[in-house]
Design a protein around this ligand. Structure first.
Ligand SMILES: NC(=O)c1ccc[n+]([C@@H]2O[C@H](COP(=O)([O-])OP(=O)(O)OC[C@H]3O[C@@H](n4cnc5c(N)ncnc54)[C@H](O)[C@@H]3O)[C@@H](O)[C@H]2O)c1
Length: 326
């Protein structure tokens, strides 16, 4: 198949492309390189089945394809809050144009939505039929509400124009190729521990998160795209950890001598996040298989190699101190 991956040079997109290329598809990677990096897909650049297009999804594009994985959108607060209006445009216009493209060429389109559509949930764990508790005017709203409107667009194109949609609600995902300065808990703690500086925990650290290793997530996305249900479907790891216990685990794995430092909780930071994945288990026969220890080990190895190749680790240190937790 000829498959378009928007946001394909990013963290999840590039792992998805590795998998699609290994499965012998023709892949078009479309990215504006805001948070994506060319070297994430560099290994495929000369491959005859691969095409890399620098393009911003807020502008329309015409392509002949069979499937679209629509992932283009910065995913970490530090990046989506950098230019909130642009984030809303990316979610709204970008999704509108991709759905229009899917309609025109009759392609199946998978929207990468997010657990953030549940906001600060009052129901725990979150099932797909929970409508969420989202602040419409807060600093996270450009992303949360942007993804909610993207889902609305997808379902309206489906009902009105019979566009063949799939909607994945992705929960916290981690692994190699995360950006070291994006303020997400896993990357933050690993980079801080590797640099021997205190691990920053916001609030008391008792807020919980679940962490899905990227290869598990990619498998879920591919099963959703190939399957019959349109979603929305939660894709995430239901095993829940407090942020403090994650910090302690990473501290133990890298450098038990590093300290833990507490800072005030950012606005609208959700207290609990845990997917109910019964639907994915039933309909896609999917559940995560990579345990936290194994996933963290892979991720630590990646960040070690990244920090070693960097001339000045202090650069990333300086930018990290301005970051907010995901
Ligand atoms: N990583 C997670 O934990 C997580 C959780 C929930 C949802 N998601 C969703 O999954 C998708 C991928 O996330 P990720 O973690 O790989 O993030 P990422 O920031 O690494 O990747 C996003 C990619 O989209 C590109 N992009 C951003 N705006 C664009 C635009 N206007 N035009 C073209 N390209 C653009 C970026 O350059 C980047 O390559 C996103 O839609 C995100 O909302 C991710």
């Amino acid at each position: 198949m000829r498959i378009l991956v928007t946001g394909g040079a990013g963290f999840i997109g590039s792992h998805l492309i590795d998998r699609l290329m290994a499965d012998h598809h023709e892949v078009i990677c479309l990215d504006n390189f805001f948070t994506g990096r060319r070297h994430n897909v560099w290994q495929w650049v000369d491959h005859p089945n691969f095409e890399l297009i620098r393009h911003d999804v807020t502008d329309p594009i015409r392509l002949e394809i069979d499937q679209i994985y629509h992932l283009a959108c910065p995913a970490s607060p530090v990046h989506y809050q950098y230019n909130p209006v642009k984030t809303i445009k990316t979610n709204m216009l970008g999704t509108l144009y991709m759905l229009g493209l899917a309609k025109r060429v009759r392609a199946r389109i998978l929207l990468a939505s997010t657990s953030e559509v549940y906001g600060d949930p009052t129901v725990h764990p979150q099932r797909e039929d929970y409508w969420g508790n989202v602040n419409p005017i807060g600093i996270r709203s450009c992303y949360d509400e942007g993804k909610r409107v993207a889902e609305t667009l997808a379902f309206d194109y489906h009902r009105q124009n019979q566009v063949d949609i799939r909607v994945a609600r992705i929960f916290n995902t981690y692994g190699p190729r995360m950006l070291e300065n994006d303020g997400r808990v896993v990357s933050n703690f690993i980079v801080q521990a590797l640099q021997g500086i205190p691990l920053t925990v916001y609030g008391t650290g008792q807020q919980t998160r679940s962490f899905c290793y990227v290869s598990d997530l990619v498998e879920g996305l591919i099963r959703l795209m190939s399957g019959e249900i349109i979603g929305p479907v939660n894709l995430g790891n239901p095993v829940e950890y407090t942020v403090l216990s994650l910090a302690q685990r990473i501290q133990g794995m890298i450098n038990p001598d590093t300290a833990i430092e507490y800072q005030p909780l950012p606005t609208d930071d959700p207290q609990q996040r845990q997917p109910d994945i019964s639907l994915a288990m039933k309909e896609l026969s999917w559940q995560p298989g990579v345990g936290l220890k194994e996933g963290l080990q892979q991720t630590i190895t990646y960040f070690k190699s990244q920090l070693l190749t960097k001339a000045g680790p202090m650069d990333s240190l300086a930018s990290m101190s301005e970051n907010k937790l995901s």
